[in-house]
Design a protein around this ligand. Structure first.
Ligand SMILES: *Cc1c(COP(=O)(O)O)cnc(C)c1O
Length: 502
């Protein structure tokens, strides 16, 4: 078979995906110009267009089949920038306070472009010499920033879930008395993990994925401040030992997902040390606050953890995705993931990240973190994190003063509150009023989203629907925060009127 595409006929090749240097330069400049204008226009845009899925699919022409013929890159990039700029939730907007998702540092955007240009495979040192060393340095810097031993082991993963799972696997391999990697969890007594009821759902996934099953999680109750109840932990542990279970892990959270509460980490560390249990801290959100002087004292307990998960795509403002697993004993990751016995090490000098985690081929996630850390420096990072905490505190204080708002919690940079119409103020706590307030605040949340002026998520606090403002946003200013209470009150009144008319 011979055709004009026969590569034998020509010595040179220009594939349809190739770009000349000039084309790349021109397309790149054009795209960067568009992105710069987008970033410059953020404040003036709606935080979210709040469109229906049908509307978004129609805009995309979702049912269209893959075209047989190619399209010009400039047309594609222009159209696609429009699709994304106009139909996305903008978490870089100063009024974005939803979930624990941060605004992304612009230098991280440029880093992603640069990383893709080199396309290093950070699975093995040989495939990514400089990128591997940059990741190793990034890991050390992250550890130093939060006060964790800088000679720890660690690697970057896609996010908090994967970082926590990686640490969970390190704990499982370290604390089983049998070869659990080879023989499986069924070959020993039933392994158990302990965590508070406020723990993020990564734990169920980890228990499931590692074959322990979610019934291997002992959910420990919390106190009034949403922190793990130590007495309950002790009692449960004692019962489990007597019944022949194999407790191996206690998970403490440094900044819970709903209210930012910090478990009594020093007490948990001591508890684990006395019983030879693995102490893991989920610091996906809160660990970075350990570096600031306003940090809650218990937060420093994370330095005693056997492993720690942190999320650079949260408080280090890295663009998604970037999670990080740190382990005190650098050998623990190799013992959990490597399939080379220690005596079979090819090159003991080099770090081969495929040996230290679940991934084989790996992208260069470190670059965006590494550059942002240096652009700001540790001092300015501490300041930015401290400012987010102060802004959340300010919002809490404003809610306390506001006659129509009820402030619930403030921890780290998360503040929870709700709208309470004046006429219901006196009956707060009664079953009927609480049910109405839940409906009202749920509707208010939708109105807030549709307003495009601010975006927050919700939390359920002792059965009460709360608006949850999570400030992990270096663009949010005091003026933005001071605009929140009047906005919530205005939309609250509107929601209240609507519900009363029904
Ligand atoms: C965000 C978060 C997670 C999950 O992290 P992802 O990056 O979303 O996978 C886990 N635990 C806590 C406490 C978190 O805040």
């Amino acid at each position: 078979m011979s055709s004009s595409h026969d590569i034998g006929q020509t010595k040179s090749r220009t594939a349809p995906l190739e770009m000349t240097e000039e084309q790349f330069r021109s397309l790149g400049h054009d795209l960067v110009d568009r992105i710069a204008s987008f970033l410059g226009s953020l404040r003036g845009r709606a935080v979210t267009p709040a469109e229906s899925a049908d509307k978004v699919r129609a805009t995309l022409d979702a049912a269209r089949t893959l075209p047989e013929q190619g399209e010009k890159a400039n047309v594609l990039l222009e159209n696609t920038a429009g699709l994304l700029f106009e139909h996305s939730l903008l978490n870089g907007h100063p009024g974005f306070y939803g979930y624990i998702t941060s605004s992304a540092a612009p230098i991280g955007m440029l880093a992603e472009l640069l990383a893709a240009a080199v396309n290093a495979n950070v699975g093995a040192w040989k495939l990514s010499p400089m990128a591997t060393e940059i990741e190793a340095q990034t890991i050390r810097w992250i550890a130093q920033f939060i006060g964790y031993p800088a000679d720890c082991g660690g690697l970057l993963l896609s996010g908090g879930n994967m970082a926590n799972l990686t640490c969970f696997l390190a704990a499982r391999a370290a604390k089983a008395s049998w070869d659990v990697r080879k023989q499986g969890v069924a070959s020993g007594p039933r392994m158990l993990a302990y965590a508070s009821t406020e723990t993020h759902t990564w734990l169920q996934k980890a228990a499931d994925l590692t074959g322990l099953g979610t019934e291997a999680i002992r959910w420990i109750g919390v106190d009034k401040r949403q922190r793990m109840d130590l007495d309950a932990l002790q009692a449960q542990y004692k019962r489990d030992l007597e019944e022949g279970y194999w407790p191996f892990l206690v998970v403490g959270t440094a900044g819970t997902v709903s209210t930012g509460a910090v478990d009594p980490l020093p007490d948990l560390a001591a508890f684990c040390q006395e019983r030879n249990l693995w102490f893991h801290v989920d610091g996906a959100y809160g660990a970075f606050a350990a570096g600031i002087k306003e940090a809650p004292p218990d937060l420093m307990g994370l330095t005693a953890a056997d492993s720690l998960a942190v999320d650079p795509h949260k408080w280090l403002y890295a663009p998604l995705e970037a999670g990080c697993a740190l382990v005190r004993d650098p050998a623990a990751l190799r013992n959990a993931f490597s399939y080379h016995p220690p005596y079979y090490s090819f090159d003991a000098e080099a770090t081969n990240y495929y040996d230290l985690g679940p991934q084989n081929s790996r992208g260069f996630r470190a670059l965006k973190i590494w550059l942002a850390l240096q652009q700001a420096g540790a001092g300015a990072y501490r300041e930015m994190i401290g400012e987010d905490v102060s802004l959340a505190r300010h919002l809490y204080d404003l809610a306390v003063e506001h006659p129509e708002l009820e402030a619930f919690t403030h921890n780290l940079s998360i503040t929870t509150l709700r709208y309470v119409p004046a006429e219901l103020g006196a009956s707060v706590g009664s079953e009927q009023t609480e049910a109405s307030l839940n409906r009202l605040n749920q509707l208010l949340l939708t109105h807030l989203e549709n307003s495009g002026e601010a975006f927050c998520s919700n939390a359920l606090i002792e059965g009460k629907v709360a608006l949850r403002f999570c400030i992990v946003n270096f663009r949010t200013s005091t003026a933005d925060i001071e605009a929140v209470p009047p906005l919530v009150a205005r939309l609250g009144r509107q929601a209240h009127a609507e519900l009363n008319c029904q």
